[in-house]
Design a protein around this ligand. Structure first.
Ligand SMILES: [Zn+2]
Length: 343
């Protein structure tokens, strides 16, 4: 066993040769649907990962919600059990269990080893829910894993049953957003044109010292109250990227303008913009305010800058998402009642 102090707490790596295994030693049981997704050799690895995840160090000093994750990676004829856990600090910010885990795989076994990760197993003392990773973790897993093969495992302590799902359920590429004609978008033509113009203008600005042209986007949003906000992606030397949708929603919130009707995203003219999953998370959380008040969800509109559109919602673009609204609906109601500045 090797121990080392990582960014997110104690990293535990167990190196076991295949001959050291003790099949059946663990009491974890795959649910019926999980058995169809998992080969017997991987089932054994999942059990060992869940046992290791139980011991993963975390520091959820704000939420008190522990995320304990582990995987098993085969390299050089050995199987390596690697763990990760969430830590929280200040405003609130957090390093999440999944990103912690993948970071440790890269630290311990090399950057390419993350592509050999076949599953991420979460040890939960509650009940396995339906939500999958947050938007930012989805971005990181998409970038670092062979995500089409990646499995998400949840082992619940209460009965030691194990659920397994495909991470691909969390992924909706932009080309799956339905393409629509302008007159199918539920906005007056003048509002759509104002949003497109503002998003394209924002896209021509922002800060792109490190960002590739194809990733740079501008966004414009229109509130129910009729106010227009815009923002563009902005990078910096610390790689604390500021996202366009998050930027415009923050401006609207600063005005006490919490209910957004539509957001348009623009990239390079002639191509479809990319919408990061982190930005989808910001939009999903904002749209949950609409849902809380019985309003339509935010219309998410992509423009190619040449008269073509794709139309969806954050609910469609970020399936199996979670939001504050799901954890603390009454707190959201109270917050909106005391902060909403609309008449
Ligand atoms: Zn996350």
């Amino acid at each position: 066993m090797k121990r080392g102090l990582g960014l997110t707490g104690w990293v535990v790596m167990l190196s076991l040769s295949c001959a050291d295994r003790e099949p059946g030693a663990s009491s974890w049981k795959l649910s019926g649907p999980a058995q169809a997704l998992v080969e017997p050799s991987v089932a054994s690895q999942i059990s060992r990962a869940l046992d290791a995840a139980e011991r993963a160090g975390t520091d959820p000093s704000i939420s008190r919600f522990q995320v304990r994750a582990a995987t098993v990676v085969e390299q050089g004829g050995e199987e390596h059990v690697i763990v990760g856990g969430n830590t929280e600090y200040q405003v609130p910010e957090a390093i999440h269990g999944e990103t912690s885990l993948l970071n440790h795989v890269a630290n311990l076994l090399g950057a390419e080893a993350t592509r050999a990760v076949r599953f991420i197993a979460f040890y939960t003392e509650g009940t396995c829910g339906t939500s999958l990773s947050c938007g930012d973790c989805r971005d990181y897993l998409l970038a670092t894993t062979d995500f089409e093969k990646l499995l998400v495992v949840c082992g619940q302590v209460s009965d030691h049953t194990v659920q397994v799902r495909r991470f691909a359920e969390a992924v909706v590429p932009e080309d799956r957003f339905p393409e629509v004609a302008a007159d199918q978008i539920p906005l007056p033509g003048s509002e759509l044109q104002s949003l497109v113009q503002a998003a394209r203008q924002a896209q021509s600005r922002g800060i792109t010292l490190f960002t590739s042209g194809e990733r740079h986007a501008g966004a414009a949003g229109l509130s129910i109250e009729g106010n227009l906000y815009r923002a563009a992606g902005a990078d910096d030397a610390a790689f604390h990227y500021r996202y366009p949708i998050g930027g415009l929603l923050q401006q609207a919130a600063a005005q006490g303008d919490y209910f957004i009707k539509a957001i348009v995203i623009a990239g390079v003219a002639g191509s479809w913009p990319r919408v990061s999953y982190r930005d989808r998370q910001y939009g999903y959380e904002s749209s949950s305010f609409n849902r809380r008040r019985g309003m339509d969800p935010i219309h998410l509109i992509l423009t190619d800058g040449q008269g073509r559109y794709r139309l969806t919602t954050f609910e469609q673009a970020l399936p199996f998402a979670f939001s504050t609204d799901a954890f603390m609906p009454r707190a959201v109601d109270q917050f909106l009642a005391s902060h909403d500045a609309s008449p």
